[in-house]
Design a protein around this ligand. Structure first.
Ligand SMILES: [Zn+2]
Length: 282
């Protein structure tokens, strides 16, 4: 995608960590807590599920001191620059979508934390091994850009659009948070624990769909091969592909490769209201 370069002051960016687990301090315990939560509640293997750990536990903690020098962070490498450009584009697209639909006052920009190693978040401590995630408590998207190398090499999903899809998916969780859909899903999950995984899958598929909506609304910036890269990434991070039979389908938390590709494709049509049908809380 040919995204416009970000303008200073348009985006909320910070960078936490920087020295791996040791330097960030005190991470071990909390990381295990989140990993265990992921494993027991969402049926995940925390060490094999890059990209699957999201909406982690709600325990409140202060974010550690972070670098907030936007220029320095966004020019620290090609992945960082891409992420900053994408964040600006996502902000613009979603702000105008909210405006068009009469919900302009609800829109809030998320923060992007390009952390490395380990990070303290409003949802507890996290490590890069967990893959990108969104924390609703501090409305922040956390990405360790080394995940993008893993996405290309280990998961077989290279290309800039695959990387944009990751951040646009996490941004989708932010949209779910500011619209209140995320809260509705959480309360439905606590009322009906047996459906918790199923509801989690719907939430993830809607985030995939929202990722597609962003791209679909910026169709003029899409280059040949982008859509294929996105579809390849969606297929690579389906629960069936990631877990390869080690987790039964009722314990899936993000949807199968086919479901994720379909959700992204639906979003690419460019109408976010079609994504809302995925999660019908009626
Ligand atoms: Zn997600």
């Amino acid at each position: 995608m040919r995204l416009n370069p970000f303008n200073t002051g348009n985006i909320n960016v910070r960078s936490s960590g920087g020295g791996g687990m040791g330097k960030a301090g005190g991470l071990g315990c909390g990381t295990i807590v989140i990993a265990a939560l992921g494993y027991f509640i969402f049926g995940m293997d925390p060490f094999q599920t890059a990209g699957m750990v999201e909406n982690v536990s709600q325990s409140q903690q202060q974010a550690g001191p972070a670098n907030t020098d936007e220029q320095a962070i966004c020019t620290s490498g090609p992945y960082a620059t891409e992420a900053c450009n994408a964040l600006q584009s996502l902000n613009q697209t979603w702000a105008s979508t909210f405006q068009d639909q009469g919900f302009g006052d609800r829109f809030q920009q998320p923060t992007l934390d390009l952390f490395s190693g380990g990070v303290r978040t409003g949802c507890g401590n996290a490590s890069a091994a967990m893959g990108p995630f969104y924390c609703p408590s501090d409305q922040t998207i956390y990405i360790d850009t080394s995940f993008y190398d893993q996405l290309a090499r280990q998961l077989g999903a290279p290309g800039d659009f695959a990387r944009y899809y990751v951040i646009a998916h996490e941004y989708g969780h932010h949209i779910q948070t500011v619209t209140g859909i995320a809260d509705q899903i959480r309360s439905a999950q606590s009322q009906n624990p047996r459906r918790a995984n199923q509801l989690q899958v719907l939430m993830e598929l809607q985030a995939d769909c929202y990722a597609g909506v962003w791209a679909g609304k910026n169709r003029n910036l899409i280059e040949p091969g982008d859509i294929e890269e996105g579809m390849q990434a969606a297929a690579a991070i389906g629960d069936d592909a990631l877990t390869q039979g080690r987790v039964s389908s009722e314990n899936f938390t993000h949807g199968t490769s086919a479901q994720r590709s379909e959700a992204l494709r639906l979003g690419l049509e460019g109408d976010d209201r079609r994504c809302d049908a995925i999660v019908n809380m009626g």
